[in-house]
Design a protein around this ligand. Structure first.
Ligand code: 5GP
Ligand code: MG
Ligand code: MG
Length: 183
């Protein structure tokens, strides 16, 4: 837990805490306007979206309900296949609800595209996505994403909720993990 360890574990800070908070304020203003006449339900995808949800929900000007879902992606091998298993389901009934999925990052897009179909099949009135980060060069499927924080290069990033082996989630910035950490 020494500070010096962290500096040598990253190669570059991509998005600072200040940039994240400014962007969350901006997106919260859009969301507040877009859902002015609708009852919004925020759904966070565990665990990566915990920090985004905490700061984004508090940037909204009104009281808003939130729920959580935990999923894992299984495939032949180590790559995400889009075959998703629910680890923790929602508590809320989505029938007639206007859902905004809050995600940390869109990589291949496979997890989110599965979630979008799943939520639509539960009778949600609308389902939109807010992802703090997106890697355009990694997309395998196009995910209709209404709100995006930052497009980033196709590198493995950590911090602000994103982990490597459950570590680094509590870093305040988003940074590229140094290859020697996982090599
Ligand atoms: P996708 O299904 O879009 O390929 O990615 C699903 C999940 O993989 C993301 O929600 C995130 O939890 C994880 N993931 C994708 N890219 C990264 C990354 O660069 N760093 C970390 N820590 N997790 C990632
Ligand atoms: Mg995620
Ligand atoms: Mg992870």
């Amino acid at each position: 837990m020494r500070a010096a360890d962290i500096a040598s574990d990253i190669t570059e800070v991509l998005v600072t805490e200040e940039q994240i908070h400014a962007k969350l304020d901006e997106i919260a203003a859009h969301v507040a306007e877009d859902y002015r006449d609708k009852d919004l339900l925020l759904v966070g995808v565990l665990k990566g979206a915990v920090m985004v949800m905490a700061d984004f929900s508090r940037a909204l000007p009104a009281v808003v309900p939130m729920d959580w879902m935990a999923v894992s992606s299984y495939g032949a091998g180590t790559r995400s296949s889009g075959v998703v298993q629910i680890r923790k389901d929602l508590d809320a009934d989505l029938t007639g609800r206007h859902v905004l999925i809050v995600e940390d990052i869109i990589d291949s897009g496979l997890t989110l595209s599965w979630l979008l179909e799943n939520f639509a099949s539960r009778g949600a009135a609308s389902v939109e996505v807010f992802a703090l980060l997106r890697k355009p060069d990694a997309a395998k499927v196009e995910v209709p994403c209404r709100y995006i924080g930052f497009d980033i290069p196709n590198e493995f990033v950590i911090g602000y909720g994103l982990d490597y082996a459950e570590k680094y989630r509590n870093l305040r910035d988003v940074a590229i993990l140094a290859p020697h950490v996982y090599a």
